[in-house]
Design a protein around this ligand. Structure first.
Ligand SMILES: [Zn+2]
Length: 73
């Protein structure tokens, strides 16, 4: 089943983002997140997010396999 994915900007000074899926407990308020897209697999969410922003990392709470996609921010 497809899920909505969102980008959370981690800081105003830097361009670092964390990706969350819908229903995540750590998802920020509406004003602080950007809709990324609807994806069937988290790997697709990562792929698309890195086309838009280079520094994106998966949330460790809502990704099934965050380590696989982890990058050093
Ligand atoms: Zn999350």
């Amino acid at each position: 089943m497809a899920k909505f994915y969102y980008l959370e900007k981690l800081s105003q000074q830097t361009i670092k983002y964390q990706i969350h899926s819908e229903g995540c407990a750590l998802l920020p308020a509406w004003g602080k997140r950007d809709f990324l897209g609807t994806f069937y697999h988290e790997r697709d969410a990562i792929k698309v997010s890195r086309l838009r922003h280079l520094a994106t990392a998966p949330c460790s709470q809502c990704f099934e396999n965050p380590r696989k996609y982890q990058i050093k921010l």
